[in-house]
Design a protein around this ligand. Sequence first.
Ligand SMILES: Nc1ncnc2c1ncn2[C@@H]1O[C@H](COP(=O)(O)OP(=O)(O)OP(=O)(O)O)[C@@H](O)[C@H]1O
Ligand SMILES: [Mg+2]
Length: 497
Amino acid sequence: MADKLLEMKNISKSFPGVQALSEVDFNVDKGEVHALVGENGAGKSTLMKVLTGIHPDYEKGQIFYKGEEVRFKNPAEAQKAGLAIIHQELELIPELTVAENVFLGREPGRGWINRKKLKADTKKIFEELGIEININKKIKHLTIGKQQMVEIARAISQDAEIIAMDEPTSSLSQQEVKILFALIQDLKEEGIAVIYISHQLEEIFEICDRVTVLRDGYKVKEQAVADINRDEIVRQMVGRDVEDRFPDFKINDGKPIFQVKNLSVPDLITDVSFEVRKGEIFGLAGLMGAGRSEIARAIYGVYKNRSGDIYLEGKKLNIKSPGDAIDRGIYYLTENRKDEGLIPELSVGENMSLSILEQLTIVKSVISKRKEKNLVKEFISKLDIRTPGPWQLVKNLSGGNQQKVILSRVLSTNPKLIIMDEPTRGIDVGAKHEIYKLMEELAAEGVAIIFISSELPEILNLTSRVGVIYDGRLQSIIDGSEVTQEKIMNLATGGSS
Ligand SMILES: Nc1ncnc2c1ncn2[C@@H]1O[C@H](COP(=O)(O)OP(=O)(O)OP(=O)(O)O)[C@@H](O)[C@H]1O
Ligand SMILES: [Mg+2]
């Protein structure tokens, strides 16, 4: 084809104990949006890292870019040649401002940094993108959605010819996703190619032209999006038919075990009251930024200026820090993996047993190595964590599998109430259902769950009641038997029930 911009041929890449890519072919035309899909650990990110010089040491294969063979030795070289990447795990520097991050490593000015130009250029980029952001703010003070927009702006500003987007929408609001999609459309028209990685298969049908499916490091198939449907893609990804429905959830009528009364945090949440029953999955719905995570954080003792009362099993709790909350049996699984304190340089097993260890020391028992080993093994198989073994370093796991390690850690603390904030983000179709099943099992064991999700089908199918948050307030609580997508959306956008 005349328009072939990129051709990756026969690419193999292995890590100790893992064949991440086996003779993979992948090609991209000028101006096309090419989806790359597959389960957690299939090799998507690795393929992009091979392409962009992060893994220059692939064992086999060739890369042709604009007709010439290339082998980028580092990311800077790839960038110079016109290849930009938006990383799955955001790689921004928290202590620097938005503007400093956008132009990191290529600041305007010779020898010194031209701050004025830096700011002006950054401002222009965001204006063009139609994104409202304070470019002087430090990254660490932004929501993850906004941080992701900064990553996107950084890639766009590089005048690239190919932009690889590794799960760019995982923490964007619907509005932000719209902005991104419009942007991709513009890029296309300019002849720029986009490689699009996502677990949201619906997105593939909305913006992609072709789709390449990877499974266990192999390329399964490449096809035009117009020629395939969602079920078929899933089958290619997983290699079998997937049970793509929610478990039947029995409405729970246990006793209230957890209550918040008049929970408020100035400027964030106002007068929120609700209760969760033993063994109930209680949904919290609302738009990005409505205050769902803030409610979770307030319960978790993150804010010093919180007012209102929290009760667990009828007792009023005085939670001043996350440590207090965990001690009482409340665990908040945040939406941000990086906050969860996975220690990248430790192994999967060590990361899992960290919290188990704490528990064991609390009860002053001797740590049984064998017991610990068995627990780790049990979690690896229960959550289907793709790792060559418990010894693998956590930093070497794929994004989705890191999420599962975090989950196993939560479970090992035997909590009474778990707040799960977007727990299926970045998780593949098959594994999502594992997590749903797990939630159901937990509920059956009597654990109360507050489930925050932006995916309405999840909320509708898994919860027995849904609280809808708008502008920091609890608008209404809808009973499972009466809940509909329309009702939630109406309340979430400020309407009344
Ligand atoms: N630096 C590394 N060292 C060792 N193993 C690695 C490394 N990077 C990736 N792997 C392994 O290679 C395989 C492919 O991982 P990759 O990150 O490419 O998956 P992915 O398709 O992007 O998955 P996800 O959807 O979860 O992001 C996995 O088994 C992963 O554990
Ligand atoms: Mg990945």
